[in-house]
Design a protein around this ligand. Structure first.
Ligand SMILES: Nc1ncnc2c1ncn2[C@@H]1O[C@H](COP(=O)(O)OP(=O)(O)OP(=O)(O)O)[C@@H](O)[C@H]1O
Length: 285
């Protein structure tokens, strides 16, 4: 199954990222299908975060091309545009490994700040606009409505006026995703969204990600170490090891790929054949 090749929202071609002598990502190509949940996995140091940083404009790749194609057909070469434009114009949003909410602001304010760009644009960046012209007022009302709708969805409407830092960890993670969604992304990039979550919180996260795929026309690209979570919700999994792609397919394909098993077990390449035999034996005893 390779449906992601037929209608990709993101196409990564020959991406290479070097840090001095270290090649963190080497000639990597893959697609992210529109409407899919795609996971980027691999052992520690495989290059996953580096790929994310190239896609979201935090790093300029040494070589290669990253193309974002919006639903309306417009294309953006992400390696050529500054990171703030990637969020605003290309409609790619991201979260980070460590939570980056504004802890002293309320839960609601965190979702309002995310919509700051639109608010400022609708007020024509003027003080008059902000001090009460209809455009700004309407826009502000829309922003509040949107924030409220997201708080309902993540079940935090009762905590709207509490400081974000007072929320339990799992709620902060979901608030971060809601904040990213308030920027209306077509592609949402999540860096280890399940890290530190308990099983109940992971289930809630899965529900949220599925609802985003189904209700918001937003495709999801995530890095994750929690394999059961990845296999449960991903339509497509790309596996990296030492900066190179070693497997690419649906969850079932990747789980049974001896190259993946060998990489996670730390087995050398010349032992892959014997791992393959073992995997085969397990499934066809
Ligand atoms: N800014 C940087 N400068 C130098 N080396 C870096 C930099 N960022 C990453 N690296 C190196 O690139 C390689 C890939 O790192 P990266 O963080 O992308 O891997 P990862 O798959 O995300 O790992 P983890 O699962 O541990 O987060 C590692 O060897 C890392 O030390």
């Amino acid at each position: 199954m390779t449906s992601w090749k037929d209608n990709p929202i993101l196409t990564v071609e020959h991406l290479t990222m070097r840090f001095g002598g270290l090649v963190a990502v080497n000639d990597l190509s893959f697609e992210v299908g529109r409407g899919d949940i795609t996971a980027l996995i691999g052992p520690n140091g495989a290059g996953k975060t580096t790929v994310f940083n190239c896609v979201t404009g935090f790093y300029k790749p040494t070589e290669g091309r990253v193309t974002m194609k919006q639903a309306a057909g417009e294309e953006f070469l992400l390696e050529r545009i500054p990171d703030f434009e990637i969020a605003q114009h290309a409609k790619v949003a991201r979260t980070f490994q460590n939570i980056r909410l504004f802890g002293g602001m309320t839960v609601l304010e965190n979702l309002m700040v995310a919509q700051h760009n639109k608010l400022m644009k609708d007020s024509s960046f003027t003080i008059g606009g902000i001090l009460g012209l209809a455009g700004f007022r309407n826009s502000e009302k829309d922003s509040i409505e949107k924030a409220k709708a997201w708080l309902e969805r993540i079940d935090l409407i009762d905590r709207a006026d509490d400081p974000a830092a007072d929320l339990p960890y799992g709620d902060q993670r979901r608030l971060e995703i809601a904040r990213a969604m308030c920027t209306n992304p077509e592609l949402l990039c999540l860096d280890e969204p399940a890290a530190g979550l308990n099983p109940k919180e992971t289930l809630e996260l899965n529900g949220l990600l599925r609802s985003i795929r189904e209700l918001d026309d937003t495709s999801v690209l995530l890095i994750e170490h929690d394999m059961s979570m990845v296999m449960e919700i991903s339509d497509h999994v790309v596996v990296l090891d030492y900066g190179e792609k070693i497997s690419d397919g649906d969850a079932n394909f990747v789980q049974n790929d001896p190259h993946v098993i060998a990489a996670y077990l730390g087995v050398d390449d010349d032992e892959v054949d014997s791992v393959e035999e073992e995997v085969h034996m397990e499934h066809h005893p």
